[in-house]
Design a protein around this ligand. Sequence first.
Ligand code: NAD
Ligand code: MG
Length: 396
Amino acid sequence: MSSLKNITILGSTGTIGVNTLDVIARHPQRYRAYALTAHTRIEPLLEQCRHFNPVYAVVGDEAAAETLVRQLKNENLETQVLCGAEALEKVVSLPEVDAVMAAIVGAAGLRPALAAARAGKRVLLANKETLVMSGKLFMDAVRQNGATLLPIDSEHNAIFQVMPHDIGRGLEQSGVSKILLTASGGPFRKCTTEELARVTPAQALNHPNWVMGPKITIDSATLMNKGLEVIEAHWLFDATPEQIEVVIHPQSVIHSMVEYIDGSVLAQLGNPDMRTPIAYALAWPERIPSGVESLDLFKVARLDFEVPDMHRFPCLRLAFEALRRGGTAPAILNAANEIAVQAFLGNRIGFTDIPRLIEETLSVMAIAEAANLEDLVAADQAARRKAESWVEAKAA
Ligand code: NAD
Ligand code: MG
């Protein structure tokens, strides 16, 4: 029987964070929430501190920290409060921490995820933007520091589950011919381009199968989420763009598949509930109950598959192109997308402006080599400025 494992959860108040705590709460003899982090929403973090009594709680700034300290003191809770980006890096690197759930959304999650890899931890990676921005750097950090990387994204977790375990020799030598990355197609799968142009944030925030944070929900509606996942799969499994095929599967029951050279296709199925990949990654190579309901195949009844339409959903094409161009292109794609999603949610641009803004940003910016973190952060910042000026011009 394994001993108690200390877990740091980056982004504990988000959808993935809350699901992680749900799994941890089912196994108090196995896991302890050691450090929890939130950005601005103090109330849910305080509630989590009451429940899980972590050693550390990290918040975004001094004002939030002061508020939380006062509230914890009122209730005689002993959690230590830290704040800022350096504190995030501290709570992933502490020697007593066994595993880190990297579930901050967006580029903000990169530095602490990288710090966890550099500290040689078991890294449960939900923050796909880390691999999109800095795949090579991150994978190198994992290998050089003996970290264990377990994907949380349901598709990549599925692929990991059905992939041969030693893929160190490369996909072909391991007998894999391709990865079949499934996508729900989002709420607008059947919409025409004209209908897409009129989509509102409220409609886009209403995903048919999954409950997720706002950013990834919009990414799912534009298919940028799948594009980011193609890049994520490239780095995780050393797959070329040609070895990754996107399959629209509206039921979200098959979470992805791997095809082998002998014609076998292995799939991982389950209800669309992130507690399955979270429990898998926490306990790997063992299995533990996750709280997820048993899959009722009779209720599912049928599984459908469609080819993705890159004309109506250009974000998927843009992501493939950025992956092929390499260097800083994926980081620019990611930064422009973050600005575009924010602008769309703020009603400053339309739904079909999202791919336009990204394509425009990619076309005007020089693509450089992504040799180190500083280059990537500089490309990210420059792309944000470009994208922001596009939004301002559009809104004016
Ligand atoms: P969310 O919006 O629900 O939660 C985001 C979390 O990050 C919150 O705890 C928030 O406090 C924190 N955060 C936000 N900005 C921050 C900043 N600047 N600094 C520090 N912390 C910050 O998002 P989510 O849906 O839980 O997704 C988290 C990550 O997991 C994303 O990268 C997403 O793509 C990935 N992911 C999510 C799902 C899902 O089902 N929700 C599935 C696959 C992958
Ligand atoms: Mg996914």
